[in-house]
Write a protein that binds this ligand. Structure first.
Ligand SMILES: C[S@@+](CC[C@H](N)C(=O)[O-])C[C@H]1O[C@@H](n2cnc3c(N)ncnc32)[C@H](O)[C@@H]1O
Length: 292
């Protein structure tokens, strides 16, 4: 694995070694080779925290308009009000949109993108992904359910994340259900002994604990995701030896899992402490090497 700053990348980057890049992913994604990745996994922060200018837009039917509507109708938009205010929602999609568009181009024809969010933003992001990929490329909405931490009594305690899954080409995407880990049946006595022993293929609802304070995989990075969740994603949606990309890598969970499963990886993060931590995780004595 090579670790380097975004400014030191060649353009285009030659994918001849696993890479850990320090820098804004906006400066990195454009240099990676288009069509090279089996899998892109994004676990972005939810909030850019910047003050935004809000636009109010009026939409009208116009055969020369730039927006597509239902049944092939075209629409034009015009801006009618602009107000400055702290609006993380507007900011968020403006931040995410161009990155998702580039990630789509980085996918191979058989490639798949996973966008990991929580229920506050996922419905807006799904509409955005429908626009970028096309609705026919939507594959799944995965619910990752965990059961940890305080429970409010004012509403249903929110205990799940949402992972949106889109494929580059619905006729050609890679999905290996045979290799995915299996789960115990809820009522094993209703199954044959063979089926009960083998377990069932997971559905789109995944129960998996968060990374616990005493867990062996814990790195101390606050938003670290469990390897078990990433392992399912990498196993199902990348081929052995295929390239996986994580533009918001944090502590490097995607890289650790990809290496353990014999895949190649490119990881990017703009935070120096994240890159240092991911670097130690991926080269340290406890590193899981790819099975040869
Ligand atoms: C939710 S964390 C990712 C956690 C990671 N999945 C893990 O298991 O450790 C999001 C990461 O995105 C990084 N980040 C935010 N904006 C970025 C940008 N523009 N370019 C690259 N990294 C960015 C943050 O520094 C943070 O480490």
């Amino acid at each position: 694995m090579r670790t380097l700053a975004a400014a030191a990348l060649t353009d285009p980057v030659a994918l001849d070694d696993d890479l850990l890049v320090h820098g804004d992913n906006a400066d990195v994604l454009g240099r990676l080779p288009a069509g090279a990745f089996d899998l892109v996994y994004l676990d972005p922060p939810f909030n850019t925290g910047r003050e935004q200018t809000r636009k109010t837009v009026r939409v009208r039917a116009d055969p020369d308009g730039t927006r597509n509507g239902f049944a092939g109708r075209r629409y034009a938009t015009e801006e009618v009000v602009r107000r400055a205010f702290a609006d993380t929602f507007d900011d968020y999609l403006a931040f995410l949109g161009p990155r998702l568009e580039r990630c789509r181009d980085l996918l191979a024809d058989h490639g798949t993108l996973y966008l990991h969010l929580d229920p506050r933003e996922s419905h807006y992001a799904k509409v955005l992904l429908d626009e970028i990929f096309g609705r026919e490329c939507f594959l799944n909405e995965i619910v990752w359910a965990y059961d940890f931490g305080a429970r409010t009594t004012k509403r249903w305690p929110a205990k799940h994340d949402t992972i949106l899954v889109y494929v580059r080409d619905p006729a050609r995407y890679w999905f290996d259900s045979e290799e995915v880990d299996r789960e115990p049946y809820m009522a094993p006595s209703l199954q044959t002994p063979e089926r009960a022993a083998r377990g069932k293929l997971p559905t789109d609802v995944w129960w998996h604990t968060i990374v616990g304070t005493t867990s062996r995989e814990r790195t101390g990075y606050p938003t670290q995701k469990p390897e078990g969740v990433l392992r399912r994603i990498v196993t199902a949606s990348s081929r052995p030896g295929g390239w996986c990309l994580d533009p918001f890598c944090g502590s490097g969970t995607l890289g650790a899992v990809a290496a353990g499963l014999g895949r190649r990886f490119v990881l990017v993060d703009c935070a120096e402490d994240a890159v240092e931590l991911a670097g130690r995780r991926l080269t340290g004595p406890g590193t899981t090497k790819a099975a040869s």
